[in-house]
Design a binder for this molecule. Structure first.
Ligand SMILES: [Zn+2]
Ligand SMILES: [Zn+2]
Length: 330
């Protein structure tokens, strides 16, 4: 009995664990750096307008129009429900990178014989391994995101993320379990294969440079106010830099209801994939953005946990029904 209680308590703690786990993009380290940048943006913007007052900071950071919006309240409830479900059920059905890595090493060993790496561990090899891994992860995430936007059946699930009408960093977790399972499994296969190749050919030299237990490039990117991409705080890089790295403003454009912003800026870290695919949008100055789907579904259809969970299934079933419905030819 006490064991069941212990397991239930562990489960109940799972959603909070995201904020203390430094490998998580929602950890206190990255939320803290985003808060710091937001305060700097407040000071600079208000000083320029001549209206700088410390009293207005909290209202500006946490506007009641955002916090009391049904979309925001749905985000918070959904975060806890979906993170509990992930801890209890669907986290275990994801294909893990360590299993794929072990399979890759086993496959290479049976094909080429036992691993016999000749390279000595060095800083520059670690730099190379770190860069290859971050580029592979980032391309995989961009490609998956692109696929969600261009395949209607998958868009039904990705709509959950785009249905947010106001945004806070928690909106990052507004993902349908189907999308999360697919993303994590594809990333597990791709990155597991790369880990396996490195482990087989480089042996002990196959190490990544990390801070906070995260690939150093990824950690620096998270520290650079990553969490403001899901917020009302506008942080825009110079246009030339927007061609290399995705800034928070570019991701806000990705969430815009305006037609000219649809299907733009699907990158995670690097903007080069969007640049190459013709889907890059680089704002030249501050743009007023309304967040949402930009369809008649905005304004209430997605303001509940059950809608976020079940509407995608209903909509994709409807899509299949209309696609395969018998048609009269006479
Ligand atoms: Zn998207
Ligand atoms: Zn987003």
């Amino acid at each position: 009995m006490s064991e069941i209680l212990h397991e239930l308590l562990e489960l109940a703690r799972a959603p909070f664990g995201h904020f203390t786990n430094t490998r998580d993009r929602l950890s206190y380290v990255y939320l803290g750096s985003a808060l710091l940048v937001a305060i700097i943006v407040y000071v600079v913007t208000k000083a320029r307008e001549g209206t700088l007052a410390a009293a207005g900071l909290v209202k500006w950071l946490l506007p009641k129009e955002v916090l009391l919006h049904p979309s925001c309240q749905t985000d918070f409830a959904y975060f806890f429900v979906v993170r509990l479900l992930r801890a209890a059920i669907y986290g275990s059905v994801v294909i893990s990178s360590s299993a794929v890595s072990a399979l890759t090493v086993a496959g290479l060993t049976s094909l080429l014989g036992p691993s016999a790496p000749t390279v000595e561990p060095s800083f520059w090899i670690a730099v190379g391994v770190t860069l290859v891994i971050v580029v592979v992860i980032d391309f995989t995430l961009w490609f998956m995101h692109y696929v969600y936007h261009v395949i209607p059946f998958l868009w039904d699930y990705h709509k959950v993320h785009h249905s947010a009408e106001v945004m806070t960093p928690i909106t990052a977790a507004r993902m349908h379990p189907v999308e999360e399972i697919m993303d994590m499994s594809v990333a597990g296969v791709v990155i597991g294969t790369v880990y396996g190749l490195f482990a087989y050919f480089l042996g002990p030299a196959a190490v990544q440079l990390t801070i906070f237990e995260v690939n150093v490039v990824l950690a620096v990117f998270f520290l650079a106010a990553f969490n403001l991409r899901h917020s009302h705080v506008w942080v825009r890089y110079p246009v030339w830099l927007q061609h290399i790295f995705v800034c928070p403003a570019q991701h806000q454009i990705h969430h815009s209801v305006a037609r000219e912003h649809w299907d733009k800026n699907m990158g995670f870290i690097f903007a080069v994939w969007d640049w190459a695919a013709g889907t890059l949008y680089t704002p030249k100055g501050k743009e007023e953005i309304t967040f949402g789907l930009g369809t008649e579904e905005d304004g209430g259809a997605w303001h509940s946990v059950s809608a976020l969970m079940f509407r995608p299934f209903q909509q994709s079933a409807e899509r299949i029904r209309t696609q395969f419905a018998p048609r009269r030819t006479r």
